[in-house]
Design a protein around this ligand. Structure first.
Ligand SMILES: Nc1ncnc2c1ncn2[C@@H]1O[C@H](COP(=O)(O)OP(=O)(O)OP(=O)(O)O)[C@@H](O)[C@H]1O
Ligand code: SF4
Ligand SMILES: [Mg+2]
Length: 386
């Protein structure tokens, strides 16, 4: 289908910070996500990635509120649903069955006093459409199938409490739980953070396999550009609550046009080729309570001019491509941004070798196809997350 599975228009999210005060954590997000795509949201800590991810499923905590915009999903039956108009009962059915989230901090995401089996039972019973009867045997069969898919032993894991599992096992069990009702959209918030390199590697491979098997659309949130380079078809860079550049993974990693995106990539080591001098971005992200005028990046930007300080800069279309893959950047001087880093294999669409990460991957054979791909990897010794 050529209409998006998720359409976000002018979405803004604020957190209440006092009786009458609030801060805007996410502002003016426009996004179309198409079936089967994988979108990475990248950016420094505090730029609003988790807030946006939670907002996409209306899972914001009590103090968070969507203050403007629209969120439209195409449901499994083909109908369109305005998520902001859904009542609690509709939302309960929507979550997990249509769109699910793997929360940041897998270590604490399970209820510690409930066995893994009961997490599956509760999710399947509470969020399904009621057509299927989730007997004990049906729960065990579904949970067992999913756990096997993420290479966990169902006999052991289903009887375990969360604290009896390792971090990697918990993360895999969480992913299995999130796809229990076969959602169309899966949002993963930092799916490999806090895991050792080999476990990260294994989670990434399983995400490739799960997408191949179940075909879900994926939004994954990460500050790890290596992971984004490997798993994403599209990348959106966030800064100070806004998307400031978006495009195909190839556009973003080979030809970033926003100085902030280029700065993020320059701050990590390439896997292949000569090792350049790493450059960090000077300064710090702004406080939500004291946002700089005009382009919020201007205090840290080598290209800034007076005009950058005056006006808000919106995303500009740089290269038009179908299915939401257009390259856009919110920078007055994007034509001056030259990105020098080159990958050895310039024919590859998947630029995993442009940047390194904790996962340290090079993709040798699956250029351009994440759903079909079978990632090949090399695990090296250095870690260079942003
Ligand atoms: N409950 C809250 N109340 C007030 N402000 C909040 C709350 N949660 C988040 N924020 C603020 O919203 C902004 C965005 O936070 P968010 O957690 O979305 O960032 P992030 O990009 O996911 O960061 P990280 O990479 O560290 O997870 C931050 O400035 C944060 O301080
Ligand atoms: S608009 Fe100006 S300050 Fe902002 S990123 Fe572009 S050049 Fe830098
Ligand atoms: Mg976060």
């Amino acid at each position: 289908m050529t209409d998006p599975i998720l359409s976000v228009r002018d979405l803004s999210i604020a957190y209440k910070t006092g009786r009458k005060e609030s801060v805007t954590a996410v502002s003016g997000i426009d996004l179309d996500l198409y079936e089967g795509q994988s979108l990475a949201l990248v950016g420094e800590s505090g730029c609003g990635k988790t807030t946006l991810g939670l907002g996409l499923l209306r899972l914001l905590p009590g103090l968070g509120e969507i203050t403007s915009g629209s969120l439209t999903y195409r449901l499994k039956d083909g109908s369109k649903a305005d998520l902001l108009k859904m009542k609690q009962e509709q939302l309960r059915r929507f979550r997990w069955a249509e769109a699910a989230m793997v929360f940041q901090g897998a270590m604490n995401a399970f209820n510690p006093v409930i066995k893994i089996r009961d997490h599956f039972a509760d999710t399947l019973k509470d969020h399904s459409d009621g057509k299927k009867k989730w007997t004990k045997a049906a729960v065990d069969a579904r949970a067992g199938e999913l756990l096997e898919t993420v290479r966990l032993d169902p006999d052991r894991v289903l009887q375990s409490y969360p604290h009896e599992l390792s971090g990697g096992m918990k993360q895999r069990a969480l992913i299995a739980l999130a796809i229990a009702l076969d959602p169309q959209v899966l949002v993963l918030d930092e799916p490999t953070t806090a895991l050792d390199l080999l476990t990260q590697r294994s989670i990434v491979q399983q995400l490739h396999e799960l997408r191949k098997k179940f075909g879900f659309t994926m939004v994954f949130i990460t500050h790890d550009l290596g992971l984004a380079a490997e798993l994403a078809d599209r990348v959106a860079t966030m800064y100070a609550g806004r998307i400031i550049e978006t495009g195909s993974a190839r556009d973003i990693f080979y030809e970033p046009k926003h100085p902030y995106t280029a700065g993020l990539i320059n701050a990590v080591m390439p896997v292949k080729g000569a090792r350049p001098q790493l450059e960090s971005i000077p300064g710090y992200p702004p406080s939500l309570k004291a946002m700089p005028s005009g382009c919020a990046f201007h205090p840290r930007c080598a290209f800034a001019t007076d005009a950058c300080k005056r006006e808000r800069i919106d995303l500009d279309l740089l290269a038009e491509r179908p299915l939401g893959m257009s390259h856009t950047a919110a920078c007055l001087h994007h034509d001056q941004v030259r990105f020098e880093r080159k990958c050895d294999d310039t024919s590859a669409d998947r630029p995993a070798s442009t940047v390194a990460s904790g996962v340290r991957s090079t993709v040798a054979s699956d250029a351009g196809s994440t759903v079909e791909g079978d990632a090949r990897s090399t695990v090296e010794s250095e870690t260079a997350d942003v």
